[in-house]
Design a protein around this ligand. Sequence first.
Ligand code: AMP
Length: 589
Amino acid sequence: MHVLVLNAGSSSLKFQLVDPETGARAAHGNVQGLGVGGRSHEEALREVLATLGDVRVDAVGHRVVHGGERFHDATLVDDEVIAAIEAQISLAPLHNPANLMGIRATRALLPGVPQVAVFDTAFHVRMPRRAKTYALDAELAAEHGLRRFGFHGTSFRYVAQLAADHLRAPLELLRIVALHLGNGASACAIEYGHSVETSMGMTPLEGLVMGSRAGDLDPGIVLRLARELGVDEAEALLNQRSGLAGLSGVSNDLRELQRLAAEGDDRARLAINVFAHRARKYVGAYAAVMGGVDAIVLTGGIGENSASMRRRILQRLELFGVRIDEDLNQDAKVGVEQPVFEISEDRARVRTLVVATNEELQIARDTAAVVRGAEEVRQPGPIPIAVSARHVHLNRAAMDVLFGPEAELTPMRPLSQPGQFAAEERVTLVGPRGRIERVRVLGPLRPRCQVEVSRTDEFLLGVDAPVRHSGHVQGSAPITLEGPAGTLHLDEGLICAWRHIHMHPTDAEAFGVKDGDEVEVAITGGVRDLVFGDVSVRVSEKFVLEMHIDTDEANAAELDTGAAGAMLEVYSTPKGGAVGRLEKKRWRG
Ligand code: AMP
């Protein structure tokens, strides 16, 4: 498979043709001089395609800088996705319009080739609220979308995985401080595989000292500059004439500054020291944010190549357990052949790694995964999820006892499954330990009584109910019901509902499943993504597509009714046997 990775800037189009499996690069280059007065992105792409000759492009992966709050993962590009990227333009006025030009050019010249957008911000989307919130007027911040987004996410994801592979530890067990130090620079606290803090903020201007960007500043300075120089001039100053370039007055290239510093140039020396000091400050802060650190990763042009800058940054971090072997630091060389080089001493508690980043390869891999996923998953769309609170189904005899002879249920609102309704009537559940009042009765009446509760409810009641499919109440747990007209003790009928999906036969066909199949359903895009296994498929002409889970399950994934899931995998389980299997897995308090 060949993925064409495009990084479209306002004046250039960088490209690489990558095999996502091997990482082999079949072609690469940078077409410059685009934009005002120059060629269009479409003309540039036509040139790129001409250089590729006969090689078939199977998919195109686009680097897109800003995905805003909307994009959590790499995403197949369609009209709706283009509109959504367009909607984020105000957040990345320099980048997103150019990225879109690349996408549109590809659509025009490679129609039918799947395109995937991979977002720099996506890795940071699920940062905790405390990390992404600026201490500003909350309403104003919400209205203007003022929050920390973070960038370099593709690079951080790539180097973190390489670091975990090198350390032979699952990423889910590591706390990593990653420093991407290039012309743009940022730090990221990666706690158990997730970005929990990063130094670039709403724009790529915040945080570390960069080639020509200032990084952290007293906002009072920004105000004063804007007042005295005008907003545009202040913006240009902070973006283009600050950082290493501004401090040194000479260059944004660290190599040049190191040469000048060696000759005694004081401004170059100060620039280098400010850069290192700021980076070290962030390492310490992020260790504190994560309550510790297992590995430090340095990447980007400076992180990968400058031993002296690495030494400056990493000195004085012994208190965390960082110990650098200076010989290894000097020797460190990373590249495509050997992307990871460890520079810590054997006895160091914190492992320090130099890692060669490869954002293009990560984009190619993400693109391939999305394209393959789209091919494999035949599903027509997300599965709506309804959260079932505790409820009761009654039969005629129970109705007579609880609500009086011949009493009828009073429909209050219809449920999504046709013919079913929530009734006005409520009962009290009474267990050996406690009571739960005002539990809703669902209609219509059924042949057998059934009471469905969550694990938390069982705890309150002091009962132990089996996980069962609806209707399978034989041998389930006892429970007492109190109604306005009387009390009814059920010897069986109390269950914890087996999570399930209702499907019409047309849905089942579209998803490629049948009644009784079990599937996995993934909940993504929230703060507590979860895969539900053992989800039973129920197919009937009477059903409409909907997954039902109980309140505990919904809480675990931080879901409300109205959320949706995607089917991951279908597996068949022998009926009957599965009940025992699931009961064994049950949590017992
Ligand atoms: P990047 O944006 O990741 O390509 O990083 C580019 C920056 O890395 C350049 O501007 C240089 O400052 C820095 N860099 C690259 N090679 C070296 C080196 N051997 N020593 C010091 N700095 C380097």
